[in-house]
Design a protein. Sequence first.
Length: 256
Amino acid sequence: MIKRNICAGLLCCGLAVSLAGCASDIQMTAVADDSYTLSVSGKGTAVAIPDVADLVLGIEVNAKDAKTAKENVSTVVDTVVAELKEIGIEDSCIQTTGAVVSPRYDYGDDIEFLERLVGYQAFDAISLSGVPIDSLGEIQDIAIENGINELDGVELKCSNYDEIYSAALEKAVEKARTKAENMAAAAGEKILRIKSMDEGYENDSVAYNGAVNSLFMDSKADLDAISSDSSSTVEAGTLEIKANVEIVYELAGPVK
């Protein structure tokens, strides 16, 4: 009788443990089941005002001999750099590539296309990075007055891009949360917690070329047509910095 009771007791204990294990498995499966989650996306936008710019000033000179071509280019570059520093552009914002000299040939109309050396061409460029936007008008005037004949478009930037992007990202998360709460409530469910959260593609090119200003012209003819008697101005405008998130929420089940 004692043995029989012990066996019965062991059987009951084993059954209880088995049922407890099953209950645990069911709960974990329910949590892992996608039917208990809600996936939403959120988009946030923050407005920024560009405050700095990047641009490249180029000078190309032709001459009969290589030495003269190089000297003429170097003279223009040295003068422009000196005047840029006079208006407050820091040394760290200015970089020159160094003059590059190459021969110039004339192939004429000869059917054999025989090349004939007609002179030399020298080119140099001044790269400006992170210069204040309010100095762009003076930079343009200095470039034109000193013979710069190749000018790239201005790339406007935000020096505090990371800070502004964080604000846009925060708005994206808030919108995703609001959307999830509304959808869950409409379905009679309740949000429990975040199961996963992923940041969408960050188009950080806005930090570097969010706006290209047509302040500068590409051809010498256009440059000659611009009067340098009065200083030019640049309107920075605004940039929209966007952030995207994908969030998966775990649902607690129907609201009771």
